[in-house]
Design a binder for this molecule. Structure first.
Ligand SMILES: *Cc1c(COP(=O)(O)O)cnc(C)c1O
Length: 436
């Protein structure tokens, strides 16, 4: 689809009517992409699926893509890597070309491999380079648990006590987000001691988008390396990994990228490290230069790009799922997706503000700051669970986080403005009921 220029300032005046939402849908250039996905049912009709931040919906085309791999395997056996309609050895190149505009990286800086937590370990092995008094790692205190477990256990594996080297960033008050300025201050203050800054690009709990460019600059000025976990960022917000100068990043592909449960993950490794011999890595045969990989030499000779970090034979079935879902991003146009994303975000914000301002009990708060992607996290001071159950009964698939948070993420590819409106009406109704 032809791409519009991204324009992030909207002059649109929203209205609080159902017909206005219908109007927005009518003008939505991406409205037909909804048909490219399979929706869970609620009482026989399509549920309102606001869980693209958790597990993106299945593209209709995924089944066929998988069937094709199985067919080729049946027909050609191992020769499928090199022969057939779609030789498997070409998959990786096709994937990185499709993915590069979505993350703002050169294709050579991307490697599609493993899953996210494994990749965090691999990246730590390469990019945690303590030396002298510079040995600290800056992380979020509310990082996704797997990231924390990975960092802790990695440090223990190399004989370092996590308590000695971890600096954890806290929000100022409970249920607030972390200010970018506080992160920058922390980096500036402790800069001499920080070896690595490793944060989520978008916090999974609050939905906050960090200013990755500023954080990267501050880390580099302090002499530290910087990496991001982009599980909640890729396919959600505009990224410029290369231009921002980020050293490395890793993510999963089953959230906003719709590549299926346990989909293959990916890493970004800045090109400046591709031939850097001072960088350690945990190696495997698939990271060897493709030209002589099959000579099975004793000496490891890494590929001079991000694929030099690969370990194993690629998961072709998983590659096929990612390929088919990235093709949808290509068809829709990443800029078009971002434009709809901005509009949805503003619209949801507009309706939520109405609820928050109209709620004199103060029981509804939005945890997510203005700097956010598709997700908002709503915090209920009371009756949160009842509200969640009511919404579920009405066919809204949103996510409950103990103790009192509902997360929802309308996404441009398969959600509509009417769905956002219907959510607003349902939430308004239950808030009024509870007040009585
Ligand atoms: C979803 C998510 C994970 C999950 O890791 P897997 O290894 O894919 O199970 C890890 N970290 C963050 C920040 C996430 O959002």
């Amino acid at each position: 689809m032809a791409e519009e220029q991204v324009q992030f300032s909207f002059t649109m005046k929203f209205e609080k009517t159902h017909s206005f939402a219908v109007e927005l849908d009518a003008h939505d250039r991406l409205k037909d992409f909804r048909k490219w996905f399979l929706f869970p049912k609620h009482n026989g009709t399509e549920a309102v699926y606001f869980l693209g931040n958790s597990l993106g919906l299945q593209p209709v085309s995924t089944r066929l893509a998988l069937a094709k791999v199985l067919e080729q395997w049946a027909e050609l056996g191992v020769e499928s890597f090199f022969k057939g309609k779609d030789p498997w050895l070409d998959f990786h190149d096709q994937l990185v070309v499709k993915l590069s505009p979505v993350v703002g990286a050169n294709p050579a800086e991307l490697s599609i491999m493993n899953q996210l937590t494994t990749n965090i370990h691999l990246m730590l092995a390469s990019f945690y380079k303590p030396s002298g008094s510079r040995k600290k790692i800056l992380i979020e205190s509310k990082a996704f648990p797997s990231d924390q477990y990975a960092v802790d256990s990695f440090l223990k594996t190399i004989g370092v006590d996590p308590k000695e080297v971890l600096i954890e960033l806290h929000e100022k008050k409970q249920n607030e987000h972390i200010d970018d300025a506080d992160i920058i201050d922390m980096i500036t203050q402790q800069g001499d001691e920080i070896a690595l800054v490793f944060l989520g690009g978008v916090n999974y709990y609050t939905g906050q988008v960090f200013d990755m460019q500023k954080i990267t600059n501050a880390a580099h000025e302090a002499g530290a390396l910087v990496g991001f976990d982009l599980a909640h960022a890729v396919g959600n917000i505009k990224l410029e990994l290369h231009n921002w100068g980020i050293d490395f990043a890793c993510w999963c592909s089953y959230k906003y990228l719709n590549a299926g449960p346990g989909a293959v993950g990916a890493v970004f490794i800045n090109e400046k490290f591709h031939s850097d011999k001072s960088i350690n890595r945990l190696a495997g045969w698939w990271g060897n230069n493709a030209d002589n990989r099959f000579l099975m030499k004793r000496e490891f000779e890494p590929s001079q790009d991000a694929t030099g970090w690969q370990l194993s034979t690629p998961s072709i079935l998983l590659f096929a799922c990612l390929k088919t879902s990235l093709s949808i991003f290509e068809h829709a146009g990443w800029n078009n997706i971002l434009i709809k994303h901005e509009l949805m975000k503003e619209y949801l914000q507009y309706l939520l503000e109405d609820l928050i301002n109209g709620d004199d009990t103060g029981s509804l708060q939005c945890l997510t700051p203005a700097s956010r992607g598709c997700q908002v996290s709503l915090y209920f001071t009371q009756h949160g669970k009842i509200i969640f159950e009511y919404l579920t009964q009405k066919g809204f698939m949103v996510d409950w986080r103990e103790p009192d948070v509902i997360r929802l993420a309308p996404v441009p590819l398969y959600n509509s403005f009417s769905e956002i409106w219907n959510f607003y009406e349902a939430l308004k109704l239950i808030l009024q009921e509870i007040k009585k």
